[in-house]
Design a protein around this ligand. Structure first.
Ligand code: ATP
Length: 329
């Protein structure tokens, strides 16, 4: 029997309405993927590609304009707010900045007790015990309960943020750039912690990041976003080794470049011109420069087991990838 995915997202769309003379923004345009129990799906793409909006729409922190989000077999998009509140204990998030995501005037004990009280996850007389357990889980000394966030380093604060997310025993954790505000050594420690917690608790992660090196160490599968759509989806090792979509290839090309300006310049090879409105630009960057409106939306091709790519000229792109690989060999 095939196990039902923990999370199933189908044709998810988020459009932000026009604001102060600016046109509507189609931030997410038909995103679909599944996430299994104990699995990490890395959601990658350049800034503005719609990763955060997708994560927020999955959690219903941003209500989608259309599409379906099923968690544990239940549709979230049309759920009444009371039911949704109850579902929140199954889905939590860890955000980028541990300096702003903890209330500065609450102690660690109060921060970790709050979700326990809101979700009535643990009776009041057992909360202190659970708080100590959570701190141990993220390798912090339970004696720190009376301390305030400013007394901790960035890495320690992110451990507190993770402990808070885990307080209610969620099934899904959406991690939005969870280490990008940290130094490189601390990044590795937090990634290691997330991996250890996944093994121990069977968590599923939707891991949003622009840093492909970090995603590589955690993700089982990868979804590459460009202009609000997924352009390549599949097994992470396979995509890292043989990326098919030209946009994925360019993202991977850019990995060893620590200079963001240089990385942007490399990406500019395939990214749409900024003056072309997103909704008019075809979302398949390899086709950029062709008559997009004539060709319509790129089709999905299964290019290997569970490996999909959305591209008008997939065989041509494949020829390019083969050529590149032959050159490397
Ligand atoms: N509340 C909002 N109102 C209007 N437009 C928005 C809003 N939030 C996001 N957008 C727009 O939606 C698009 C996708 O943004 P999003 O933050 O999801 O991208 P991202 O890939 O997560 O980028 P980053 O890595 O920079 O966070 C962008 O064009 C952004 O400007």
């Amino acid at each position: 029997m095939i196990e039902e995915p923990l999370l199933s997202v189908r044709d998810l769309r988020v459009t932000f309405p026009p604001r102060r003379g600016r046109p509507a923004v189609r931030a997410v345009e038909g995103v679909s993927f599944d996430l299994r129990r104990g699995e990490t799906l890395g959601l990658v793409g350049e800034s503005g590609s719609g990763k955060t909006t997708t994560g927020r729409a999955v959690l219903q922190l941003q209500r989608p304009s259309a599409g379906s989000v099923r968690l544990l077999g239940r549709e979230l998009t049309d759920m009444a707010s009371g039911d949704l509140r109850a579902m929140r204990r199954h889905m939590q998030f860890v955000l980028q900045n541990p300096y702003t995501s903890l209330h500065p005037r609450m102690t660690v004990g109060q921060i970790l007790s709050e979700p326990l009280a809101v979700h009535r996850a643990v009776p009041p007389n057992r909360r202190a015990e659970r708080v100590a357990e959570l701190l141990s889980l993220v390798h912090l000394d339970p004696k720190v309960v009376d301390r305030y966030p400013h007394e901790f380093s960035g890495g320690q604060r992110q451990r507190i943020v993770i402990a808070r997310a885990l307080a209610v025993n969620p099934d899904l954790v959406v991690c939005d750039e969870p280490v990008s505000a940290l130094d490189v050594r601390t990044q590795a420690q937090i990634v290691q912690l997330l991996s250890e917690l996944q093994d121990k608790l069977g968590l599923s992660y939707l891991f949003i990041a622009h840093d492909l090196a970090i995603v590589r160490s955690l993700a089982h599968r990868l979804a590459v976003m460009f202009g609000g759509r997924i352009v390549e989806l599949g097994d992470a090792d396979r995509i890292y080794e043989t990326p098919v979509h030209p946009y994925t290839q360019s993202l991977l090309d850019a990995v060893p470049i620590p200079d963001p300006a240089l990385q942007r310049a490399r990406l500019a090879r395939v990214a749409p011109e900024p003056h072309i409105p997103r909704h008019e630009a075809d979302l398949s960057p390899c086709c950029f420069g062709e008559d997009h409106r004539a060709t319509g939306r790129p089709r999905w091709h299964e290019v290997g087991p569970g490996h999909h790519v959305s591209c008008h000229f997939w065989p041509t792109a494949q020829a390019g990838a083969d050529g590149a690989n032959a050159g490397q060999g």
